[in-house]
Write a protein that binds this ligand. Structure first.
Ligand SMILES: [Zn+2]
Ligand SMILES: [Zn+2]
Length: 148
């Protein structure tokens, strides 16, 4: 990663179990958000392995001309066995991970939820719950403001 995401909260460290992603190629989704009251959340979704052969991680199909993956493809393909899964169906089997500084209690925490967006105040959101105070932490789709 080129941009370093620094969480302001102290006490971030060994007791955190989630490993932060190091390789963007392995990710389906990655975002950093700033929340109210100096809260922050980093959310990412890792690709998982082929449910059929379990030999490789599913990826976007490669363009035969350029050899690069087709970012806008509507499906994921296993590079080992060629198994194809429709994008939406595949992504719903994935897990979203987050590390956050809670906007309410200010403590650092982490969590994992299914990678499914729910409508919250008109915006599709992945919803995490602060492990300390129960505050809901919303990761909305980019460029969408929450309706009051
Ligand atoms: Zn496979
Ligand atoms: Zn909290």
């Amino acid at each position: 990663m080129t941009k370093q995401f620094q969480l302001k909260s102290k006490g971030w460290g060994e007791k955190m179990a989630l490993e932060e992603p190091t390789n963007m190629e392995e990710l389906v989704y990655f975002t950093n958000r700033f929340l109210d009251n100096d809260g922050q959340v980093m959310c990412w979704v890792e690709r998982n392995e082929c449910p059929k052969c379990h030999k490789a991680k599913m990826g976007k199909p490669l363009d035969p001309k350029t050899g690069k993956s087709k970012i806008r493809a509507k499906e994921y393909v296993c590079p080992e066995c060629g198994h194809v899964i429709e994008k939406k169906e595949y992504e719903e089997t994935l897990t979203a991970s987050a590390k956050y500084t809670c906007p309410k209690c200010g403590k650092a925490g982490e969590g994992q939820v299914p990678f499914k967006r729910k409508k919250v105040k008109g915006a599709d959101s992945i919803i995490f719950t602060c492990q300390h105070c129960g505050e809901k932490i919303y990761v909305t789709k980019k460029m969408k403001k929450l309706k009051e």
